[in-house]
Design a protein around this ligand. Sequence first.
Ligand SMILES: [Zn+2]
Ligand SMILES: [Zn+2]
Length: 556
Amino acid sequence: MPAGKLQVVPLGGLGEFGMNCMAFRWGDDIIVVDAGMMFPEAELLGVDIVVPDITYLTENRDKVRAIVLTHGHEDHIGALPWILSELNVPVYGTEFTLAYVENKLEEHELLDAAKLIEIRAGERFKIGPFTIHPIQVTHSLVDCVSLAIHTPLGVVIHTGDFKVDPTPTDNRLFDLHTFAEYGKDGVLALFQDSTNVERPGYTPSERAVRRKFEEVFARAERRLFICCFSSSIHRIKLTIDTAFEYNRKVALVGRSMNESAEIAQDLGYVDIPDGVLIHAGQVKDFPPERVCVLISGSQGEPMSALSRTAVDSHKHVKIERDDTVVLSSRIIPGNEKAIYRMIDHLYRREALVVYEDGSHPPVHVSGHASQEELKLIINLVKPRYFIPIHGEYRQLRRHGELAASMHGAVGKVIMLESGDVLEFDELGARKTGEVAVGRVCIDSGSRTDVVEDLVIRDRRLLSEDGIVLPIITINKLSGKVESVPEIVTRGFAPAGAENGFMDEARQVVVEALEQSSKEEKGDWGVMKEKIRQELKRYIHKNTSRRPLIMPVILEI
Ligand SMILES: [Zn+2]
Ligand SMILES: [Zn+2]
């Protein structure tokens, strides 16, 4: 065996949900697997996205050779604009993954400078001392791969996200054979997705959702709204296929939904028969029983298409009595309140709402492997070392325990968290140290604005730009605003911002309130986001500053 060390350094995603990013280093060469973001928790008001601290990479910038992507979900590619703007290295990904990446980089005007290299499942490629073999897997997105990374010390396998779906809608099968072959030849280490380790049994196939959709389409007597993640290509395909079968036109509502459907269609994942698609503005021209609206916003995001429709403030579509609304997605922990509030609004509109409530057939199935699938892969791969990845600490721990109980298949389990340095040499593997990791909060400007500079919302900037707290008092019963909004600031006193500035800022808040419907006013989430965006625009335009804006609504 060659003298040398393989270092593996998770920069995010181990011990936290999202922000997946892992560095592999041999001597003077580093490759990075995935560059994900996480959505901010509710406490992080004023922040749009959270990305990993990449100090380790920037300190070793002359050694970083490439970023290799497993698939196109935000928790795997969302930090790319931020990382590439610091460190412009080549990005490897499958055709579909790169299509998402292109859109994302274009938004940030980084596409022209980026070096994107397409990879294909089954076709090996070399980066420095590493030979990388992408292996086709199934997941809730399409064109996803695991990576078998050949290093001078042996092969390590990074699963990316996966489930073992024997009947994927795109008929691209999980390549179990290759996992088995690696297992026969010997695998140094397996890094495996822990997301669903708490679930016993097998995750149902995407095909299970089809039964529910057919039931819903058969019953719906009026307009049908289907809401899923815009990256759920399987669901978009299922919706369009079923709508065609049931003679309904399909309107795509929401920017991300349109972009995603376009990519899926271009790359042949979705086949849309002529005449099926209509523009959102045409929905009203068709009889309600002939329309299906594919809409984004499944997590109750305040400004999303479905949230706005739920409070009747969408410019094109309307939800009316006896319309059916299907939420074909998971309720992500942390978003329950926003989602249930949106569902309440939908019920108030007297719509029939179908959401994941444990009933069968399921309206949503997970994209991640449950226990039996995790065991299957471990059995095939039989790694000397097993390292659980992608999960909060309890999930990593339980995944470690699951693997440790498989004595014949796993040599040793190593628990890692973001920032730990795991080192392999000819004697074995051990944790040898830590590097700086953490979260960087980014305010990318309104997501609907085309381009705005990335602004690092770290402590330093916060202390420079300060905090602005608009305080609005609303009468709980009448929904009326009780008094002129107050604006309290801390550390925000831009030059030239005299009294008139604050008066105008208050006026901006008043206008945002006046222009909102009664239903919107009843929804604090929507109101706070509206006020935040209006004030942000006003303050930035007049002072070029970006203070943290945290609207406070008091009910009396
Ligand atoms: Zn994923
Ligand atoms: Zn993921």
